[in-house]
Design a binder for this molecule. Sequence first.
Ligand code: GLU
Length: 330
Amino acid sequence: MARTTWRSMRGMLTGFAFAVSAVSASASEDFIVIGTGSEAGLYYPMGNAICRLLNKDRGRHGIRCSAEPSGGSIDNLAALREGRIDFALVQSDWQARAFEGRADFVDGTAFEDLRAVFSLYPEVFTVVARADSDIVSFGDLRGKRVNIGNPGSGQRATMEVVMTTLGWTKDSFSAVSELPSSTQAAALCAGEFDAMVFAVGHPASSVQEATTACDSRIIPVDEPEIAALISSGQIYSYAEVPGGLYRGNDAAVPSFGFTATLVTTRQQSLKVVQEMVQAVFTQIYVLQQAHPAFASLDPVRMVNEGLTAPLHRATRAFYRFEGLLGDVDK
Ligand code: GLU
């Protein structure tokens, strides 16, 4: 269904809101935590923006939401599984691997209670190299000093998938560092390594810093093995870092990508999930304005794309009511 159609149906929201509030009145307060990412990424501002929307109506629903920084997707999935957080922002590729228990996810046991809430904006596997290095293609990273990301981050986990795909190991580089996205741009510009990777939406402040504090170029990730990785399953797609967003990088750069998603567990209460989706979808324009990378948020895509784990059962009534779910899901 086209977005315009959905927008024209928003008059129906009041009816749904009434239905939710009728079942959700509660004296006790629910405290929920969203696991995000480093403060230099987009998960952190996104988690905070979602919490702000939810907390606005706290007097009625009694839910208090807090967004916590973290190491990224993989740490978030572990924390969610262990019940240390209630919601998590994760890359769609790792949502899929976690739910399916694919061998390349932690110990390969399926996270069967993982539930999708919605997806958000596209993320691109992004490689940035110092302009004074002779790196112009992904293959040129061999023999160089590379920051492959902190363990627990989505970029690190996806980088390892890429390395395996290319038959590389850590020994393929002359030096490997594991800095998080919050410090990698400064270290790149200080000459501590030649290139860094980040799995992120654009524009991202870390890439902005890496291209303004020194001269850097965004490197294409378009090896034939990457094309094979994209076509081997449903979790990756062709993507690009848009041109003109970053100093010295006027042309779009091809790579591959996935989607940022919000997940929870099967055990999460109906009330909390209902209030969460209602707060987000009825005020989507607030999220769209919270950061330039969020401007493209599209309600129909958010409930139909990038989701592998089943939707949490509390979302379905709302998404159906709003006419957001594709025919397949009806
Ligand atoms: N995609 C990254 C991860 O999963 C986080 C990106 C961000 O913080 O915006 O760790």
